[in-house]
Design a protein around this ligand. Structure first.
Ligand code: FAD
Ligand code: SF4
Length: 549
């Protein structure tokens, strides 16, 4: 393969970019994947070999930015609204790893599908003042085959039929659920007493050996850590398959600074390699999978103009309801989340009455994760010094007795919530930093208050002696910490009200195809990853078939 004969340049090697590489190489395309982060995942010389760079090391992963990005080198800025001035914060803003594999490397990988009604929120629930609620240009049924394929390709463990709120499925999960966490069994039993329907979280983690990778050993260092044994399938599985075809090149530590467009068609990209030299690469297509914040940034850096690029930014409004349990719950063991419930996803008569009391037409919550918290050093940092420190660590309040819920509340799109280029702050390479302007809608706050009270009751039923509530944004600070980002290049049929079409193609340059959650018109109350992977499968397959691939 010479340097200039690629069918596609893929920008970003996270779940979106890796999926694109997998589908396109399987269709015979040659691709080059540019990834600005380092490679700790796979041996590019022999892609059948996965690397051994990951470990259960809190300092490496939590403090030293092993998977990047370092906020001193790649700062982002934040403000709640334009009234705050140019920014109120510079540094870390909703960081997802910048590394080969992207956020998939250290997500704990809960991968539920969206429901049928998530694709038609405007039609189902109606408009909301101040929010740009919309229907998707595709329906659940358009995506169902790709959802099934995504679960098979990345390897998802779950139990079909266990969740009464789940969308229709054409088949079972590829693997049964993994071992449950003890705390989750306690809160699941309590949730059932409250009339809710907890079920094993669908997870992109092997519960049995699958795809030549071992079963998870429940090491307890899952969210925020790379998996030392590669039991997490997303995006390792796709990337490895793509590289093993011999039709994909992976270039790590390579930052794409511009998509080159002439007369409404991209001809290639400009990039800065590990040697710091700027070069160009040409290809017939550019697949943009840089993630919900970096994808709009790159479009803006490349001179694309559309008022919706960066707009309608959504996170999840996270409601944490935690309690101190009298018994040891072993929250620091196992995968980070093994059980969830979806009972707050569908508005009912009571929630609609509460919405009306608050002056809203309706509200929705989100999937509720049953989870504990903390690792030894995190707890040690909060413990007092001296003998009190030893006592605190021995009692292990955080690791052994803290348990609760986290609701991934649906965050409505708003035009004023957006990503743009900071007018003054620049990254280490000299390019304008991402600026996030974000303030939650009243919808999210009212839904959070309503469901938090119910979750506190349930936690007391499970035995909690003390309970407390925190939200993000909110008590935890104004900057959302959900790491679920969507909406910033909305897809739709009308170029006036969308950046991309229903196949992810940028209206202004249709051979630039977005393959991440930037496309989502609405965010649902579920993590975005399986849906963005399914969209990438559907859209890449369509692209390949246009060329007879
Ligand atoms: C701790 C944690 C837990 C999570 N848990 C879940 C979960 O349970 N369920 C769920 O659905 N989601 C979860 N997420 C979110 C999940 O990681 C993201 O949804 C997912 O990674 C998005 O995939 P992506 O491919 O769109 O983008 P990313 O994973 O962000 O990948 C984009 C890649 O592009 C690279 N890139 C960006 N700009 C450029 C450029 N200009 N040039 C070259 N490369 C570039 C980045 O370095 C990055 O590696 C979690 C995230 C974290 C951090
Ligand atoms: S809990 Fe399982 S999947 Fe998660 S890092 Fe440990 S071994 Fe890997």
């Amino acid at each position: 393969m010479t340097a200039r004969d690629f069918d596609a340049i893929i920008i970003g090697s996270g779940p979106g970019g890796s999926t694109a590489a997998d589908v396109l190489t399987a269709a015979g395309w040659s691709v080059v994947i540019f990834e600005k982060g380092r490679n700790h995942l796979i041996d590019v010389a022999d892609p059948s070999r996965l690397t051994n760079d990951f470990s259960n090391d809190e300092i490496k992963f939590m403090a030293r930015h092993f998977l990047g990005p370092d906020p001193l080198l790649e700062p982002r800025t934040f403000r709640s609204s334009e009234d705050d001035g140019e920014r109120t914060h510079t540094g870390e803003v909703n960081t997802v790893p910048s590394t080969v594999g992207g956020g998939g490397t250290h997500a704990d990988g809960k991968v539920p599908r969206f429901r049928e009604d998530d694709f038609r929120l405007l039609s189902e629930q109606g408009p909301m003042d101040g929010a740009t609620v919309a229907d998707w240009p595709i329906a659940y049924d358009d995506l169902e085959p790709a959802y099934a394929e995504a679960e098979r390709l990345i390897g998802v463990a779950g139990e079909a039929g266990a969740n009464p709120f789940a969308a229709r499925r054409s088949g079972p999960y590829p693997m049964p659920p993994g071992a449950p966490m003890y705390g989750a069994l306690l809160t699941s039993a309590a949730a059932e007493k409250h009339g809710w329907n907890p079920y094993p979280a669908p997870t992109a983690v092997n519960s049995v050996p699958y795809d030549d990778r071992p079963a998870c050993n429940n090491c307890g260092f899952c969210a925020f850590f790379g998996c030392p044994i590669h039991a997490k399938g997303d995006p390792v599985a796709s990337l490895r398959r793509a590289l093993m075809t011999g039709r994909a090149q992976l270039r790590a530590e390579t930052f794409v600074s511009r998509i080159i467009v002439n007369n409404g068609r991209a001809t290639g990209v400009e990039y800065i390699g590990p040697d710091g030299v700027t070069r160009t690469e040409r290809a017939s297509h550019v697949i943009l999978a840089a993630g919900g914040l970096e994808t709009p940034r790159l479009l803006l850096l490349s001179g694309f103009e559309h008022q919706l690029i960066g707009g309608n930014l959504m996170f999840h409004y996270q409601t944490y309801v935690m309690g101190i349990m009298p018994m040891r719950v072993h929250g620091h063991k196992g995968r980070s989340v093994t059980h969830v419930h979806d009972d707050f996803i569908v508005p009912d008569l009571d929630s609609t009455a509460a919405a009306r009391d608050a002056g809203l037409p309706w509200f929705k919550g989100g999937m509720v994760e049953h989870a504990g918290a903390a690792h030894p050093l995190t707890e040690a940092k909060l413990a007092p010094w001296g003998s009190a420190h030893k006592d605190t660590m021995r009692r292990s309040q955080m690791r052994e007795h803290l348990w609760g819920f986290c609701m991934q509340g649906e965050d409505l799109p708003q035009l004023t919530n957006r990503v743009d280029l900071d007018p003054a702050v620049r990254d280490v390479r000299g390019f304008p930093a991402i600026r996030v302007t974000y303030k939650p809608h009243k919808h999210e706050q009212v839904a959070s208050d309503y469901y938090a009270a119910q979750m506190e009751d349930c936690l007391r039923t499970a035995g909690a002696e003390v309970t407390f509530v925190a939200t993000s944004p909110g008590l935890i600070g104004p900057i959302p910490i959900s790491r679920h980002v969507a909406g910033t290049t909305r897809m739709g049929r009308d170029p006036a009200t969308s950046v991309c079409d229903e196949w992810g193609r940028v209206h202004a340059a249709p051979n630039v195809v977005v393959a991440d959650s930037s496309l989502f018109p609405t965010g649902a109350g579920y993590g975005p990853t399986l849906t963005l992977v399914a969209l990438a499968i559907r859209n890449m397959r369509a692209l390949a078939s246009e060329r007879g691939g």
